[in-house]
Design a protein around this ligand. Structure first.
Ligand SMILES: C[S@@+](CC[C@H](N)C(=O)[O-])C[C@H]1O[C@@H](n2cnc3c(N)ncnc32)[C@H](O)[C@@H]1O
Length: 237
C-alpha cells in the first residue's frame, strides 16, 4: 500500500514551540510564503464568494495563526464586503498591533479569540456566524476529532470553507523543495507532516454530520490544495 494511502496525523513542531521562539517566528514567516505559493488566499476567497449569497457580517476563522492569512482574504474581499467582523480563533495569541491596524484600514473589525477549538466549540452554541473559514488547520486532527468539530460548527454557521493540504506524491515532493526558498527545519518538517495528514477524495465530506441538512463539495485545486465546502442546504447562490 502507498505510504500516502491513509492519513497519518502526527504532532507538528510549530505547535510545541513557544510563541517567541526564533525558529517559530521564522516558521510563521515561511508559512505566509507557503500560503502564497499554494495560492491559498485566492482559492479561499473564491470559495467564500461562490458560496455566500449575501455579503457576510460575521466570519470566524479557526486556527487563524497570526492573522496574516485572513488579512490576505480581507484584502481581496473588502472592496465588495464592507464592515465585516472577523473573529480569529487560535490557541496562541499571535495577532500584532500592526496587523490589527491593517484590518481596520480595510474597514474590517477584528476580534482575536485565544482558545482551544474543542473547549470553545463546546460552549459556543449561542454564537452565530455567516461563515467559518479555515486554512491549513483541519489536518491537525484525527477523523474522530474532525467529526466532533464539524458537528459543533454545523450548529453555529451555515457555511464552512476549508483549504487544506492535498495528500499526494507531488505535494510531498513540493515540501522537499522548500529548502530552496530558505524555509527552516520546523517549516520543512511540518510541511511534510501536513501533507501526510492531508486529504483526498471525499474524506472530509464523510465526516460531516447528517443533521442539520448540508451539501458538501470537495476537490483538489492546483497541485497542492484540497478544498472542502459544507453549505446549509438551500443556501446556493
Ligand atoms: C499551520 S498553522 C495555520 C495558521 C493560519 N491558518 C495560516 O494559514 O497562516 C495552524 C494553527 O492552528 C493552531 N492550532 C493548533 N491546534 C489548535 C487547537 N486545538 N485549537 C486552536 N488552535 C489550534 C496553531 O496554534 C496554529 O496557529
Amino acid at each position: 500500500m502507498s505510504p500516502l494511502a491513509l492519513r497519518r496525523v502526527e504532532p507538528e513542531l510549530l505547535d510545541s514551540l513557544p510563541v517567541v521562539d526564533q525558529r517559530a517566528i521564522a516558521s510563521r514567516r515561511d508559512l505566509a510564503r507557503v500560503n502564497a505559493i499554494m495560492g491559498q488566499a485566492r482559492i479561499a476567497a473564491r470559495l467564500l464568494r461562490d458560496n455566500l449569497a449575501q455579503p457576510p457580517k460575521r466570519i470566524l476563522e479557526i486556527g487563524a495563526g497570526d492573522g496574516s492569512f485572513m488579512l490576505k482574504l480581507a484584502e481581496r474581499l473588502s472592496p465588495q464586503w464592507k464592515n465585516v467582523e472577523v473573529v480569529l480563533l487560535d490557541r496562541q495569541h499571535l495577532l500584532s498591533d500592526e496587523r490589527f491596524a491593517a484590518f481596520s484600514a480595510l474597514g474590517w473589525r477584528v476580534r482575536p479569540l485565544q482558545a482551544d477549538i474543542f473547549e470553545w466549540t463546546a460552549r459556543a452554541e449561542e454564537e452565530r456566524f455567516d461563515a467559518v473559514t479555515t486554512n491549513l488547520f483541519l489536518h491537525h486532527f484525527s477523523d474522530t476529532e474532525l467529526r466532533l468539530i464539524f458537528e459543533r460548527l454545523a450548529m453555529i454557521a451555515p457555511l464552512l470553507t476549508a483549504t487544506e493540504p492535498l495528500r499526494s506524491g507531488v505535494a510531498l515532493f513540493g515540501t522537499r523543495m522548500l529548502w530552496a526558498l530558505g524555509a527552516n527545519e520546523v517549516t520543512r518538517h511540518d510541511a511534510a507532516a501536513s501533507v501526510r495528514a492531508g486529504f483526498v477524495g471525499n474524506e472530509l465530506s464523510t465526516l460531516w454530520p447528517e443533521e442539520p441538512a448540508f451539501e458538501t463539495f470537495e476537490r483538489r485545486r492546483g497541485l497542492f490544495t484540497h478544498t472542502f465546502v459544507a453549505r446549509r442546504a438551500g443556501r446556493r447562490r
